[in-house]
Structure formats: C-alpha cells, structure tokens
Design a protein around this ligand. Structure first.
Ligand code: B12
Length: 217
C-alpha cells in the first residue's frame, strides 16, 4: 500500500507508533513533508471528523486518532519549522478557555516557527487574561487564539475587550482561527486577522509583523 494511504488509515485507527514509524519512513523516502501532512495526517483527521459528526465514530476513537496525529506531527515538526537565526517577531499562541482542541493550534505554531516567528505555546483551555499577560511578559507582537467550539469562540471577543480595557489594543496583532471561526466573525469582534489554515496564518503573521515594525499596524 502507498505510504500516504497507510498513514491515512493507521491514523484513523489511532495507531500512534505505527503512524510515527510511517511518517519517518515517508521522510526517509523524500516525500514532501507538506504532502505527508495534508494528504496523510490532515486528510485522515478531517474525514474522521465527518464520521464523528455523523455519529459513525465515538469521542474515544477521535481521541486516540488525535494522539496518533500528534505522534506524526512531532516527527514532521523539524522539517516544517526550519527556523532562521533571527526571529522575525514573537507570538503567543493558545486554545481559548473551555476548549481542549489543540491539533490546529499546534499546526499554527509549527508554521509560525517555520516562518521565523518565535512562539510561546500557552496550551489549551487558556484564560483570556493569560494570553495578554504572556504577551506582555515576552514582548510578543502577535496574540493567536484558536477555538474549535462555537461555544468558546466568545473568548476571542473577550480578548479584544480586555486589550482595550488595558489600553493595549494597538500594541498587539490579534489573530484568530479554528474551524468555526470566519472572516466576518473576526471582523465583527475587532480582531486583526483571520486565516482558514496554518499555512496562511504564518504568511499573514509575517507580513503583519513587518507592517507593525514600520508603524503601520
Ligand atoms: C479531534 C477532535 C476532538 C478531540 C480533540 C483532541 C485534540 N487533542 O485536539 C477530542 C476527542 C478531545 C474532542 C472533544 C470534543 N469535541 Co471535538 N472535534 C475534533 C475534530 C474531529 C477534529 C478537530 C481537528 O483537530 N481538526 C484538524 C485541525 C488541523 O483543524 P483546525 O483545528 O480547524 O485547525 C486548522 C484551522 O482551523 C486553522 N487554525 C486553527 N487554529 C487557529 C488559530 C489561528 C490564530 C489561526 C490564524 C488559524 C487557526 O489552522 C489549522 C490548520 O490548518 C472536530 C471536527 C472538525 N471537522 O473540526 C471535532 C469538533 C470540533 N468537536 C466537536 C465537539 C462537539 C466536541 C466535544 C464537545 C464532544 C463531546 N461531546 O465531548 C468535545 C469538547 C471538548 C472540549 N472542551 O474542547 C464539534 C464542535 C461543534 C461546534 N460547532 O461547536 C466538532 C466540529 C465535531 C462535530 N462536527 O460535531 N474533539
């Protein structure tokens, strides 16, 4: 069976060790890391998501698949995040309070690192104030918030309000994303940028930091 197809199938079965080994094998065979990610790991996770939505699989199965996804992503990370010497900028990244989904957030981190942006991973279930506190502490340029639940997206709006309250709104580039988030939602809550995927997030973040450094934020 083709390696990418095997990665796809073993990920859905939640076989972390096997997925890890297959991703290593695929890299050894010089397959493009981006293809391994998109057509193997991500395609499997998205299709499993559909099955979950249709009640064809249970949370437990999605959870073991997510573990397998992490195992594969850990192998890919060094290849996707080849960082230059001097960071372009800094970002704090986390999943909002009440939300435990971290696969997308981890991908955003990988891609930001790849774009030369130093990242601080706040993890999941992060209180709004903690995003801002960490940004202040680390001298970050960007705050990146990820949400996968319609019930937790509200935390992003809380962040714009809290930044305003602290007189810091202009100091930070606020980026939001995650499956339920849309461009119009981002606009409505006063965030600076939304992108539908991690690849674009890195590009947009890079450009936004350059603009900010030129005083155009
Ligand atoms: C995996 C998964 C889980 C795993 C999470 C494991 C983990 N470690 O992350 C587990 C099993 C724990 C889980 C639990 C739950 N889940 Co869930 N889960 C999913 C699933 C199948 C895939 C999510 C995922 O990882 N996608 C792959 C990543 C790569 O995509 P992504 O996160 O969207 O990220 C990309 C972009 O959005 C973007 N991006 C992401 N973040 C950011 C941030 C910024 C700043 C930017 C710019 C871009 C960006 O870049 C990423 C890469 O390109 C989705 C289905 C789906 N289609 O989304 C449901 C889904 C999100 N879950 C759902 C639900 C309901 C739940 C539970 C409530 C289920 C339950 N009954 O317990 C719990 C909630 C737990 C909690 N409090 O968070 C619903 C949400 C419905 C809704 N509208 O709110 C979904 C949509 C499934 C469904 N259709 O019903 N889940």
């Amino acid at each position: 069976m083709e390696l990418i197809q095997e990665i796809y199938e073993y990920l859905q079965l939640g076989k972390a060790k096997k997925v890890k080994a297959l991703v290593q094998e695929a890299l050894a065979e010089n397959l493009d890391p981006k293809v391994i990610l998109d057509e193997g790991l991500l395609a499997a996770m998205m299709d499993l998501g559909l099955k979950f939505k249709n009640n064809e699989v249970f949370v437990a199965e999605v959870l073991v698949a997510a573990n397998a996804m992490h195992a594969g992503m850990n192998v890919l990370e060094p290849r996707l995040s080849a960082v230059g010497a001097e960071p372009v900028g800094r970002a704090v990244v986390g999943t909002v309070q009440g939300d435990l989904h971290d696969i997308g957030k981890n991908l955003v981190i990988m891609m930001l690192k790849g774009a030369g942006i130093e990242t601080y991973d706040l993890g999941v279930d992060v209180e709004t104030a903690a995003f801002i506190d960490k940004a202040e502490e680390t001298g970050a340029d960007i705050i990146c918030m990820s949400a996968l639940l319609t019930t937790t997206m509200i935390r992003m709006e809380e962040c714009t309000a809290e930044l305003q309250k602290r007189g810091l709104r202009e100091k930070y580039i606020l980026m939001v994303g995650g499956a339920p988030v849309t461009e119009s939602f981002a606009e409505k809550i006063g965030a600076d940028y939304y992108t539908p995927d991690a690849m674009n997030a890195a590009e947009v973040a890079r450009k936004a930091v350059f603009k900010k450094k030129k005083g155009q934020h």
